[in-house]
Design a binder for this molecule. Structure first.
Ligand code: PMP
Length: 456
């Protein structure tokens, strides 16, 4: 691309494009990064600068960018079909993918309902759960419970069960009422790993909160939605598996659907194929997207138990149909890519590699300990995070006006790293294809950034 073309494109970007999750005034003087090529773990801008995609392009990428097998899968499928509507019609990629998902998902999930992004798959789960209780003669079960710090997407149903005020509070007048439940207080604020006793205490306390809610209100609660193991957009908060197992047990006992949102953590990111496996549980509804297509095509799926499905199965006149669907439901190209990605998981032993790199990542984390104002270092699988705080003893935050995380982001770009923070939480959400050498280089560069910004 010539410098003139680049200038012209960026000018049009500023004039015409409104980017998500962005205060556009930040870009009144500064350009967005114009990316021209993506390959493996790297993005290349129009000037040829290379950046490590340490956040897997918003937590989606799995096998790296531009994987030849994924490209071929799209091309092959396009020879046969482009998009096909999915009511009254079906196709091989969607059928085979549903079959495969049921095979690899936690046991007991029997049906796959497709959509095309994480938020809509959340909407599907909420509506399915709600309608199920209407069909089985429990019409009072109309509400949902969710965890503080939770993030389930940006559509209004998903926002109604969202627990991050920064993103969600503005829309409150538009939202349905839902119960906000206290999350386990384990990683915030302990400065480093919590002791096993602290973790156990945190889990017990949080489960007690769920139990109290269910004892008083389970009659009106359809489902409890959680991000199992890692609350992602709420600040990369890692929960013990015992919490997820305890929630499953309470949901079963009090007849509340457990809705597991694995949009972000599914497909190996936490070291197991699905995060629910850490706790050895099966949710009633499982929500998948992002890594489903290895982060290449928009696709999502909501899996449910046969019991839920059967409550909708009746004569048309009973109005038990699930009236929900999107134009791009089960897009064949996206399904073909998802299938190819799952073949790669098996053939290239991706989960074994993830376990090796996760160990290596754990081994690197002590390198952050000597830094000032840095604490709460945590990790699960390919995910690791730390917080920048004024006082590492108390966890007192820096004034938000200082935008510490944002400054790390800007400095990291100069170092060839995309470290996209959540407030003052800096994290890695590494693609599965990361090599040990690349991991070391990423940590070296992160340390250099912190050093330059005076955190040593
Ligand atoms: N659930 C979780 C846990 C997520 O992290 C996200 C997106 N970051 C979503 C749902 C929404 O997915 P999408 O952005 O595809 O709508």
């Amino acid at each position: 691309m010539t410098p003139a073309e680049k200038r012209e494109l960026l000018h049009k970007d500023r004039e015409r494009v409104w980017h998500p999750f962005t205060q556009m005034k930040d870009y009144a003087e500064r350009d967005h990064l114009l990316i021209e090529k993506a390959e493996g773990l790297y993005l290349y801008d129009a000037d040829g600068n290379r950046y490590y995609d340490t956040v897997s392009s918003w937590w989606v990428n799995v096998h790296g960018h531009g994987h030849p097998r994924i490209k071929q899968a799209i091309a092959r499928q396009l020879e046969d079909t482009d998009h096909i509507m999915f009511s009254g019609f079906t196709h091989r990629p969607a059928i085979e993918l549903a079959d495969k998902l049921i095979e690899i998902a936690p046991p007991g999930l029997g049906k796959v309902f497709y959509s095309d992004n994480g938020s809509t798959a959340v909407e599907v789960a909420l509506k399915m759960s709600f309608q199920y209780w209407q069909h089985v003669g429990r019409p009072g079960k109309t509400k949902f419970a969710f965890l503080e710090h939770s993030y389930h997407g940006d559509t209004l149903g998903a926002v109604s069960v969202g627990g991050v005020d920064l993103y969600h509070a503005t829309f409150r007048p538009l939202l349905f009422d839902a119960y906000r439940v206290t999350a386990p207080r384990i990683s915030r604020w302990e400065n480093g790993s919590p002791t096993p006793e602290a973790a156990e205490h945190g889990v017990a306390e949080a489960l007690e909160a769920v139990k109290r809610l269910f004892e008083s209100s389970a009659d009106e609660i359809a489902g409890f939605i959680i991000e199992p193991m890692v609350q992602a957009a709420g600040g990369i908060l890692i929960h013990p598996a015992a919490y997820v197992a305890g929630v499953r047990e309470l949901c079963t006992r009090y007849e509340v659907h457990l809705i597991a949102d694995e949009v972000a953590v599914g497909f190996g990111r936490t070291g197991t194929m699905f995060a629910c496996e850490h706790a050895g549980i099966t949710p009633d509804l499982l929500i998948l997207s992002k890594g489903l297509t290895a982060g290449i095509m928009p696709l999502a799926a909501t899996l449910c138990t046969d019991r839920i499905y059967e409550a909708f199965y009746d004569d048309y006149e009973t109005m038990k149909t699930f009236f929900h669907g999107h134009s791009f439901t089960g897009n064949p190209l996206a399904c073909a890519v998802a299938l190819e990605s799952l073949r790669l998981f098996e053939e290239e032993r991706v989960l074994e590699h993830v376990r090796t790199i996760s160990e290596a990542l754990r081994g690197q984390l002590p390198r952050f300990e000597p830094f000032r104002h840095l604490g709460n270092i945590r990790q699960l699988g390919m995910i690791a995070a730390f917080d920048l705080v004024q006082d590492t003893e108390t966890g007192k935050a820096f004034p938000s006006s200082e935008r510490r995380g944002y400054h790390v982001y800007l400095e990291a770009l100069k170092e060839g790293l995309i470290l996209r923070p959540l407030g003052d939480t800096i994290y890695y959400w590494l693609p599965h294809c990361t090599s040990e050498e690349q991991l070391h280089d990423i940590v070296d560069r992160t340390c250099a950034v912190l050093e330059r910004l005076g955190y040593r």
